[in-house]
Design a binder for this molecule. Structure first.
Ligand code: OGA
Ligand code: MN
Length: 277
């Protein structure tokens, strides 16, 4: 059963430093190099930039040197509900409906300033923890994590905004917020969050790096959906997507959205859950 991968919480005393690469800048630089090399913005780059940074396609497609326009596939027409999903071939209509109705990605849920503010506030919680790499039975590899209940008023108000968006008022939200620091070379293996520790809704804010979350149906492993989680985005995973699919965060070497590589550096996630029913 996938529930064997119940998350365990560790504490330890070792200090571990980590880099704070800002993936957006690295990505953007790669995109700009691509434009310079080709002289125009290829459609897949426009799509990537649009998904990762929410840059309007019209800002990206104009080419000064040739007048070429890369807007042949107009990404702004993409449905905002589905543009973060990449359904693998073999996905049924049922899977698409189930995922789209129970999993939501909200890009730019917080500003870059809020992102930096939250990172600065959670970093001291991580500093004395080592990254965990060597427990083969853990759901997560290359991570450190803890739970936080006391926040500065700035962070508390961001979390309030998150909770208001993700949970209906009737639901009891766990007072401890799970903070998870995934190393650049870390990944999260397929698992379903324990039904003993959390209810029907899991809401996660991604900080510092983009990542790809993969969902696989527990009853049919051909039903595979990749989800692009840009930095500063919020995902809300509930009901069917939370109970009937495993979720995982792909290791950097497999981190792709369709054929677009999604470089994953150190990624911090702030995860709110509600009480089990
Ligand atoms: C987890 C998990 C996802 C994330 O901690 O159970 O799946 O966004 N985390 O970090
Ligand atoms: Mn999980």
């Amino acid at each position: 059963s996938t529930h064997q991968n119940d998350l365990t919480y560790h504490t330890s005393r070792h200090y571990c430093s980590c880099s704070s690469n800002i993936v957006d800048v690295a990505c953007l630089r790669a995109y700009i190099n691509e434009i310079n090399r080709r002289g125009f913005m290829p459609p897949h780059i426009i799509k990537a930039a649009f998904l990762l940074f929410n840059t309007p396609p019209e800002d990206l497609s104009y080419n000064k040197s040739t007048g070429d326009s890369g807007t042949s596939n107009n990404v702004s027409d993409n449905d905002s509900k589905t543009r973060h999903f990449s359904f693998h071939p073999g996905c049924s209509e049922h899977t698409r409906t189930e995922i789209i109705s129970s999993y939501q990605v909200i890009p730019d849920f917080i500003s870059p300033e809020e992102e930096q503010f939250i990172i600065a506030e959670v970093d001291p919680h991580f500093q004395r923890l080592p990254y965990e790499f060597d427990h083969w039975d853990d759901a997560i590899v290359g991570f450190r994590e803890t739970e936080v209940s006391r926040w500065s008023s700035n962070c508390a108000s961001i979390l309030e905004r998150l909770k208001t968006r993700a949970f209906s008022t009737k639901k009891k939200i766990l007072v401890f917020t799970h903070i998870l620091d995934l190393a650049e070379n870390g990944h999260i293996k397929p698992h379903v969050d324990s039904i003993r520790f959390s209810g029907n809704t899991i809401a996660g804010l991604s900080l510092n790096s983009a990542a790809v979350m993969r969902l696989v149906s527990e009853s049919d492993t051909n039903q595979v959906v990749d989800i692009l989680l840009p930095p500063r985005s919020l995902y809300i995973m509930k009901d069917r997507s939370r109970y009937n699919y495993t979720h995982e965060v792909l290791a950097n070497e497999y981190s792709k959205f369709g054929d677009m590589p999604v470089p994953k550096t150190r990624r911090i996630s702030i995860i709110c859950r509600n009480e089990p029913l």
